[in-house]
Ligand binder design. Structure first.
Ligand code: ADP
Ligand code: NI
Length: 217
């Protein structure tokens, strides 16, 4: 199979698998991450095959969808083996997927390859801006969380365990994660894109708080 055929098959497979997800890990999220990753990759000059595979497969084994998977990308790995992908490429892709996701404000999760940094940036870009706001409220609704509670301050999660078990409001999620992402972008390309998306979220929160207390009425 050529690399292009493997990518096309992978795209079809992931689209099927994540079609009905309502927790923010649907196929359209993957499509945005994949397209952003390709665009960043072209500017930053990394191995495009690894970047595309990791972007397409990055949410297939997410701990929030399958808590038993324990962060190991078992389904992604099995799929790549089925496609006859080189062991070295499988290793690179699975390592990226394992290290990708945000694990709490105080938990370091830096990735040590350019390909990994690009996919991580692309995934983080989709958590901020207008789409990020939409995803946060969709996720909060899916989990039955309150939008906002003025009596509940945001928390700084020092461990992954702590972050994983948190049941905070969606507005707190902005302070606990989304507003921190701009500073954590790896590549110059993503940092530039993040500026505008970050400013948009700040404006949104300011307006949200005004409306919450009826200050604009
Ligand atoms: P990603 O796919 O970007 O790694 P996550 O898997 O952490 O993101 O979460 C998926 C989406 O759900 C993201 O947009 C994220 O901001 C949102 N989300 C995650 N946890 C919460 C939460 N506690 N409250 C609101 N939104 C959340
Ligand atoms: Ni994702």
């Amino acid at each position: 199979m050529t690399n292009d055929e493997i990518l096309l098959n992978t795209l079809d497979y992931v689209r099927q698998e994540l079609q009905d997800d309502s927790s923010g890990h649907d196929w359209w999220h993957v499509r945005r991450v994949w397209r952003n990753a390709v665009a960043i990759c072209e500017r930053e000059g990394a191995d495009r095959f690894v970047v595309e595979l990791a972007a397409l497969l990055h949410d297939l084994d997410d701990w929030k969808l399958d808590p038993s998977a324990d962060g190991r990308p078992v389904r992604a790995e099995a799929w790549l083996a089925r496609m006859g992908v080189d062991a070295q490429v499988i290793g690179a892709v699975c390592s990226i997927i394992t290290h990708l996701s945000f694990k709490g404000a105080g938990v370091e999760n830096r990735i040590d390859t350019l390909e990994g940094r690009i996919v991580q940036d692309a995934d983080r870009l989709d958590a901020i801006g207008a789409v990020g706001i939409g995803r946060a409220f969709a996720y909060g609704g899916h989990k039955g969380r309150a939008m906002h509670d003025p009596d509940e301050p945001p928390r700084f999660h020092a461990t992954f365990e702590d972050y994983k078990n948190s049941r905070g409001t969606t507005v707190n999620h902005f302070h606990e994660k989304l507003l921190l992402l701009k500073e954590r972008m790896n590549t110059g390309t993503a940092k530039r894109i993040a500026e505008a998306r970050h400013a948009y979220m700040e404006d949104f929160l300011e307006q949200f708080m005004k409306e919450w207390d009826g200050l604009d009425v």
